[in-house]
Design a protein around this ligand. Structure first.
Ligand SMILES: C[S@@+](CC[C@H](N)C(=O)[O-])C[C@H]1O[C@@H](n2cnc3c(N)ncnc32)[C@H](O)[C@@H]1O
Length: 200
């Protein structure tokens, strides 16, 4: 990735807003390779490793916090990653308003903020509305990769998934590096909950 590709993306986004709000991934990346999206990338450890391992896959990284996104952006520039685009956005809004139907090969959601206090549960990303948008935008056979250390939030995720009949659990093994938060949680002795769902 280089600065001009980011500038091109912004120009494209400006132009697109006047026409059709949905992303045209072929134009954004300049090719028709499959697209995967990581939501809440933090400093981008998973995304950058995946993009290096799989140069023929296009990756969008979505992150709300500007300070993390800048770190991830610098790391992408250092590695000249041409198959990554980073977006500062709310993950839910990005998926709902910008991602076209049946266009995504996989979503990655690792250690989303659990908002443990009951009065904050409504801030959690993972709910029926969010998963409905994930289903809408996944290609048939597309995957949703999930990980969290938070048992209570994981139960909520499983309950939501139980209601979504178009996603079924797979037995795919984890691939990729540990994320930053995963390292932190493992160091504290936490158990990591994982699930990989496939759109049927
Ligand atoms: C607990 S951290 C996990 C980061 C990374 N996935 C990892 O495993 O190291 C959660 C990340 O999601 C980001 N985040 C939280 N809510 C978000 C939202 N609605 N949209 C985009 N990013 C969000 C936070 O800024 C933070 O970087």
């Amino acid at each position: 990735m280089n600065v001009s590709s980011t500038e091109r993306l912004y120009l494209y986004l400006e132009e697109r807003d006047r026409v059709d709000p949905m992303l045209d991934c072929t134009r954004v990346f300049g090719n028709t390779n499959p697209v995967e999206i990581e939501l809440g990338i933090g400093k981008g450890r998973y995304l950058i490793d995946a993009a290096q391992r799989q140069p023929s896959i296009n990756y969008f990284g979505v992150e709300w916090a500007g300070k993390y996104l800048r770190i991830a952006h610098d790391r992408c520039l250092k590695r000249s990653l041409g198959n990554v685009r980073l977006i500062r956005a709310d993950a839910r809004e990005f998926v709902e308003f910008f991602v076209p139907a049946e266009s995504v090969r996989a979503y990655h959601l690792y250690f989303p903020d659990p908002w443990p206090k009951k009065r904050h549960h409504k801030r959690r990303l993972f709910n029926d509305g969010f998963v409905t948008e994930v289903v809408r935008t996944l290609l048939p056979g597309g995957l949703l990769w999930l990980a969290t250390d938070h048992d209570d939030y994981f139960q909520v995720m499983l309950e939501v998934l139980d209601r979504m009949h178009s996603l079924r659990e797979t037995d795919l093994a984890w691939e990729g590096v540990r994320t930053n938060y995963e390292e932190k949680f493992l160091a504290r002795g936490a158990r990591i909950n994982r699930s990989v769902l496939e759109k049927v």
